[in-house]
Design a protein around this ligand. Structure first.
Ligand SMILES: Nc1ncnc2c1ncn2[C@@H]1O[C@H](COP(=O)(O)OP(=O)(O)OC[C@H]2O[C@@H]([n+]3cccc(C(=O)O)c3)[C@H](O)[C@@H]2O)[C@@H](O)[C@H]1O
Ligand SMILES: Nc1ncnc2c1ncn2[C@@H]1O[C@H](COP(=O)(O)OP(=O)(O)OP(=O)(O)O)[C@@H](O)[C@H]1O
Ligand SMILES: [Mg+2]
Length: 274
């Protein structure tokens, strides 16, 4: 089996997916997981206003709605966390995403002072971190907040990583990838968008340019510019299409180079047997 086929198999990407069917499949897997652990009550998710957390948020909303109804228990909750670093440049999108997702509760915590304290402590010890490394600090600070909320609410932290980000290692190790459950890890980027359209998400959100938005120096910097490759190309690759050899090599080199980052992620792939 060649590398492309191996990756597609490992990630369980479905080239012939159908939006409604896939959404229901994800929802049902999620519900059966929660039913296995009867003490769980809460889903905790960071909502940024980007495509991945908007879709994951809508999944969480539907899962919790079903859990409340099926178990006749209104104690199930979906908590959305807004975790800006200072003032969020795409605040409007984040508010729109929250409105569309409709979580039971929204908590807003500004991570700036915590990140600054960390940067300052490192500096005092002679380690002056770059803007890039500070970006990873932001991602890990968000992870910490989510785990504190989950710990206090019998909850689990829900991840938003998709297959296109995962195979290229475009996530922070022990940051946004450090989650309890990954419901969209098997979707490529265009499948995320297709399900959002099926769910009647506002166009502004599903057509938004993907950004990690972690750098002070380059707010809203597009993922595709950081990666040096278009999501469309990564998506084609994940659907088993023949792509330009140079692009194929870039993807496979990134996959190999970032293998160490996916070690924990593999365990929590929703479609792996638990
Ligand atoms: N061979 C090896 N075996 C085991 N561990 C190895 C290793 N090489 C590095 N490492 C470890 O991994 C660390 C580097 O990984 P990491 O800390 O993740 O850092 P990094 O490689 O910088 O990866 C983060 C990248 O993902 C992007 N990102 C992050 C978060 C969210 C999003 C988004 O799309 O929203 C994107 C971010 O913009 C940045 O470009 C090293 O500092 C080292 O500790
Ligand atoms: N300002 C924020 N507030 C809350 N959570 C955030 C924030 N920024 C990032 N996150 C969390 O980190 C995750 C990773 O970011 P990422 O950019 O990959 O996803 P996204 O913003 O949802 O979608 P897109 O990739 O299309 O921008 C988000 O899905 C979200 O859970
Ligand atoms: Mg984003």
């Amino acid at each position: 089996m060649n590398t492309q086929k191996k990756i597609i198999k490992e990630f369980n990407v479905q080239p012939n997916f159908e939006e409604k069917h896939e959404f229901e499949r994800i929802k049902n897997f999620f519900i059966s997981y929660l039913n296995k652990f009867s003490y769980l009550r809460t889903l905790v998710l960071g909502v940024s206003g980007g495509q991945d957390s908007t879709l994951t948020g809508k999944i969480c909303y539907e899962v919790i709605k079903e859990m409340k109804k099926k178990n006749n228990n209104l104690n199930y909750k979906f908590i959305a966390l807004r975790l800006p670093y200072g003032k969020q440049m795409d605040e409007i999108d984040c508010k729109l995403a929250i409105k569309f997702i409709n979580p039971d509760k929204v908590i807003k915590i500004n991570i700036k002072s915590a990140v600054k304290a960390s940067v300052f402590s490192l500096k005092k010890s002679g380690i002056n971190i770059t803007d890039h490394i500070k970006g990873n600090e932001k991602s890990r600070e968000r992870m910490k907040v989510q785990y504190s909320v989950a710990g206090m609410t019998s909850g689990i932290v829900v991840g938003t990583c998709n297959a296109a980000e995962s195979i290229t290692g475009f996530f922070t190790k022990h940051g946004d990838s450090a989650v309890d459950l990954n419901p969209i890890l098997h979707l490529n980027k265009r499948q995320v968008k297709k399900i959002l359209i099926y769910l009647k998400c506002p166009k502004r959100l599903y057509s938004k340019i993907p950004t990690a938005d972690l750098e002070d120096d380059r707010p809203g910097y597009p993922d595709e510019k950081s990666l040096g490759i278009k999501y469309d190309v990564i998506d084609d690759y994940l659907e088993g299409k023949i792509i330009n050899l140079k692009m194929k090599n870039i993807i496979e080199n990134l996959f190999e180079k970032t293998k160490h980052k996916r070690i924990n992620q593999a365990l929590i792939n929703f479609f792996n047997k638990y």
